[in-house]
Design a protein around this ligand. Structure first.
Ligand code: BGC
Length: 427
């Protein structure tokens, strides 16, 4: 893990055959047609319904257009952040019934859950055939690699430390964007006094609250020490982690009472409707606001970095690999080729709310939020998301989610820190 995480500090066939070789540096175009229609490509993800599936459907449409002879099966299982999908996937993988390809976060989720269990086929040849080695940021390739082999293809980069806000509510109550946690608490108090819920939360699935906590960790520790926390060089008993936990408790005083019965979309709706002022959510919420709720970026809602993390970027990357034992290997590689192409990424990401993982995608296809985020990614201090599987193993994430869930109801800082420290060996 240390090696993978260090990548952040450093930063910054397929048989798409001969016909592709003439394509320009903007990325090889996936070849039209394909004679390897050896069974349906089953694409497993958790992108269903509101705010989630538009990008996937656009990608599948593009694939169908390029490969009309290869059948695609969309095997998505509902539940934000893979709450249900990951359990279904685990059962299938254990039963040697893998989907052709599946959504998996780059980093420890890929490496500790599937690569370490020898369930994934290396994709080094696919990267070479498509000239991908210099088309993805080195830090991302590092996140999907292990001991010299590359195991998946990143389709996007989501940012997790974004605060979205209702612009009308801010204006009506004379609120300025808070950049520090102190400013956030001042603003939150003012909103609460005015009868507005300061921060929308929907932690029915817990990860939504864990995501707030990870951003507090980055704010209190800074990204370099956040990274050291998850590589085991800093203990969870560190005073700055304790301070993050205390502030977490204080933030929970400003969320909607019914947070435990809402999911992320339900909490985003509170901000869209002006019942709540702010929402900390990964930028899939932008896709939801724009595509599903028809809100306009920088008119209806604005965005800023989670207070205390300006200049930092919580990285979440959705990637797809090739499980061992899949029958239709070549057809699946064709799908991965489209997913990793400029065309594939530019079909998917403007709808998903994320930015392309490729560095040579076309920024003009993205709205102001996307353009800003593409620029921010180039210079920001990157840190891997805990809630979304990059910073630590699934085993640790599950325990951290349990600890967060208990903390949200009991607010016992000592118990919370103990639970995290006890889970640390699982990282
Ligand atoms: C995924 C995103 C998804 C979000 C909510 C995250 O873990 O990386 O693609 O939109 O969960 O389901």
């Amino acid at each position: 893990m240390v090696k993978k995480i260090l990548g952040f500090l450093v930063l910054a066939l397929v048989l798409v055959i001969s016909a592709c070789s003439s394509d320009s540096d903007s990325g090889k175009k996936p070849e039209k047609g394909g004679e390897n229609a050896d069974g349906a490509v089953e694409i497993f993800s958790w992108w269903t319904g509101a705010g989630e599936e538009d990008g996937l459907l656009a990608l599948i449409d593009l694939f169908n257009e390029l490969h009309p002879d290869i059948e695609v099966k969309n095997a998505a299982v509902a539940g934000g952040a893979g709450t249900n999908a990951k359990a279904v996937l685990a059962t299938r993988m254990q039963g040697n019934d893998p989907p052709s390809t599946f959504q998996v976060h780059g980093g420890e989720e890929l490496n500790k859950s599937w690569v370490a269990a020898d369930k994934m086929a290396p994709l080094n040849d696919l990267y070479k055939e498509n000239d991908w080695m210099d088309k993805f940021p080195e830090a991302l390739i590092d996140l999907v690699s292990n001991e010299g082999n590359i195991y998946s293809v990143p389709v996007n980069i989501h940012r997790g430390n974004v605060m979205f806000y209702n612009m009308e509510v801010f204006e009506k109550h004379g609120i300025e964007v808070p950049t520090t946690l102190d400013e956030f608490f001042t603003v939150a108090e003012k909103l609460k006094d005015a009868g507005v819920t300061p921060l929308a939360l929907g932690d029915k699935e817990t990860w939504e609250a864990t995501q707030i906590f990870e951003n507090l960790l980055a704010a209190e520790l800074g990204t370099a020490d956040y990274i050291k926390l998850f590589s085991g060089e800093i203990e969870f008993t560190d005073s700055r982690v304790v301070s993050a936990a205390e502030k977490f408790g204080k933030i929970l005083d400003y969320v909607n009472d019914d947070h435990a019965s809402r999911n992320w979309q339900d909490s985003a709706q509170l901000v869209a409707e002006g019942e709540a002022a702010m929402l900390n959510m990964g930028d899939w919420a932008k896709g939801y606001f724009v595509n599903d709720l028809k809100l306009v970026t920088n008119e209806d809602f604005g965005y800023f970095a989670f207070p205390g993390t300006d200049g930092d970027f919580a990285v979440i990357t959705d990637t797809f690999g090739l499980p061992k034992g899949v029958e239709n290997v070549e057809a699946t590689k064709q799908f991965l080729t489209v997913l990793g192409s400029v065309e594939g990424q530019d079909a998917f990401n403007p709808l998903k709310g994320s930015i392309p993982a490729r560095i040579d995608a076309d920024p003009s296809k993205y709205d102001d939020y996307g353009k800003d985020t593409i620029e921010d990614f180039k210079t920001a201090n990157l840190f891997p998301s805990l809630a979304h599987g990059s910073a630590a193993s699934e085993g640790f994430v599950t325990k951290a989610n349990q600890a967060v869930n208990i903390f949200v109801t009991q607010r016992d800082v000592d118990n919370f820190i103990d639970a995290l420290q006890n889970a640390a060996p699982d990282m």
